[in-house]
Design a protein around this ligand. Structure first.
Ligand code: NAD
Length: 280
């Protein structure tokens, strides 16, 4: 029973506690923690978004998968359904109004309401210096990474009210430790910290919590251009206290926790999942 006690009183120990429960012979069934809840995850056909979608569904939520290509949506939905999870999916390029409308409609098919929104989609970071960036690239990065989460939330909000739900924005350690190679991406991810706080204030009266996941270097296709670059990795890994690169699963449990009732008094926070603390 110890893991359950740990979970109840110190929610942040949830991931390891849950893991130990799964590994033990006396299994405690955690499924159902997010039962009867509906989650929308953008950019969820690969990497961190896919891992988050899988974990929310494992914890009982019905999850709506989305990203830009139908074939990727079909593959992700097929894989998770094959694991017995409750998921649906649709194409949603987060910049496109009509795609966001389609995503909202798909999410409402399950029970007419939505509980959780995880804004994970973002455009590839490597653009170089801020002052050398064209106006077109500025617009693209700010549109996908910053504006689209707010616009999607405003479209979903009427269906999230009275559900005591949660929003998770996905920033980056680049917001805390900017790297010159990442230019405008650093800025878009820093602005998400401000969006988190502003939305937390705006939505508190509706009992909707808004928090921010701040991943460090996580091994995905998105970050390959960075972690496969020896010079970049050597300079970045100087920060690391845990001597490894992160896995998408390292981010998934914390998102599930932030959606769960055990996080019901947490809002406006940034949670760094980076293998180090920028404060140490
Ligand atoms: N991997 C890392 O090291 C790292 C570090 C810090 C932050 N992040 C953040 O984590 C999030 C996920 O990144 P990842 O590493 O899992 O990348 P990934 O490339 O594995 O996944 C990104 C997903 O977003 C989708 N996507 C991209 N642009 C989109 C758009 N316009 N509309 C809809 N979907 C779109 C892709 O199809 C893909 O499914 C991003 O917000 C990224 O900024 C990643």
């Amino acid at each position: 029973m110890l893991p359950a006690v740990i979970w109840g009183h110190w929610g942040l120990f949830y991931t390891s506690a849950r893991h130990s429960v799964r590994m033990s012979s006396t299994r405690v069934d955690w499924k159902g923690m997010l039962a009867n809840r509906v989650a929308v995850v953008t950019g969820s056909t690969s990497g961190i978004g896919f891992s988050v979608a899988r974990r929310l569904a494992q914890d009982g939520a019905h999850v709506v998968i989305s990203s830009r290509k139908q074939q990727n949506v079909d593959r992700a939905v097929g894989e998770l359904r094959g694991e017995g999870l409750s998921v649906t999916g649709t194409v949603c390029h987060v910049e496109k109004t009509e795609d966001r409308e389609r995503l909202v409609a798909k999410a409402l098919e399950h029970c007419g309401a939505v509980d959780f929104l995880v804004c994970n989609a973002a455009v590839n970071p490597l653009v170089g210096s801020t002052l050398g960036t064209s106006e077109q690239i500025w617009d693209k990065i700010l549109s996908v990474n910053l504006k689209s989460p707010a616009l999607l939330l405003s479209q979903l909000l009427p269906y999230m009210e009275k559900r005591r739900g949660a929003v998770i924005l996905v920033s980056s350690i680049a917001a805390y430790i900017p790297k010159v190679e990442l230019g405008v991406y650093n800025i878009s991810k820093t602005a998400l910290l401000g969006l988190t706080r502003t939305l937390a204030l705006e939505l508190a009266p509706k009992d909707i919590r808004v928090n921010c996941l701040v991943p460090g270097m996580i091994k995905t296709d998105f970050s390959k251009v960075l972690h496969a670059n020896e010079a970049f990795w050597n300079s970045f890994s100087e920060h690391h206290q845990l001597q490894r690169i992160g896995k998408p699963e390292d981010c998934a449990g914390i998102v599930s926790f932030l959606c769960s009732p055990d996080a019901s008094y947490i809002t406006g926070e940034n949670i760094v999942v980076a293998g180090f603390s920028s404060r140490l």
